[in-house]
Design a protein around this ligand. Sequence first.
Ligand code: GDP
Length: 319
Amino acid sequence: MASVVVTGITGQDGSYLAERLIGDGWDVHAIVRDGKHADEQEITPGVTVHAGDLVDIASIRSVIDVVEPDLIVNLAGISSVAQSWSQPELTARVTGLAVSGLLAGAWDLQERLGRPVRFVQASSSEIFGAAEQRPQTETTPIAPISPYGAAKAYAHHLVGVYRGRGLFASSAILYNHESPRRPETFVTRKITRGVARIVNGDSTSLLLGNLDARRDWGWAPDYVDALVLIAEADAADTFIVATGVDHSVRDFVTAAFAAAGISDWESLVELDPRFARPVDAPIMLGDNSKIRETLGWSPTLSFEETVHAMVTHDLELLA
Ligand code: GDP
């Protein structure tokens, strides 16, 4: 049975990926910061948990050496741009530097065992910053504008460096992808939970920052399918994973209230400068032609269906 080490298994993508890989028959191992208390965290049954902290590179390397995986998927990191502004140093270490340890670990293992070790990095549209080119492609210049984007850019470049050295190291440049498992630090889940609270009578308003920002929002399980296709591809490469359609935060708010049967929401939403960013990319929009044509990937859920699924889930949670 092929084995895989996944970092970031407790996050949205990690949970979907673990379910997918276990279903496909992989021997799934996870590096979890507080490994001792793994049973108290929501980790998919069947996953073998190892204690390790991404800020302690020796601990990650020792897990790689013990498991001897065929594949490493790096989903870990400070996942939110908002959080990276308050914790820039931690972001650099966890989202950036840790990737050097994972790649060096993969390379050394490949040398020691004399067989390929594959590596897939969850990169991010944030590496493009406020790109003027729209939609962005795999060749759009990398020019981040947040601590999160800068850390992801370093990691992205290093994946390319190791690919050049002979490691099967691929980058999936993931655009925003959402689901009922998204935490409320992201605007989508904040909106869908906020709408559910208002409908339920638990709250009277929703406080938001920039309503004009436009993002390319997809359905998280589709992005996990893309990661698996990239891991199993014939050759290592860089792929944008996006829907190719952008919407504003205001569009998301409109769709979320509509999914709960409310058409007139203006009086229910307040603008709060605390949720505005020091710098915010106005539009992120990805061109998914390469992954469609090379690996046959395509998104299965539309924007409206994604919003609907999240609002329905959040209404049920409060019912
Ligand atoms: P990001 O694109 O990875 O930063 O994902 P987010 O879901 O955190 O943010 C998406 C967009 O929503 C950004 O342009 C934010 O500035 C905007 N936004 C507007 N109001 C809020 C808010 O209250 N919380 C968050 N997280 N983002 C907001």
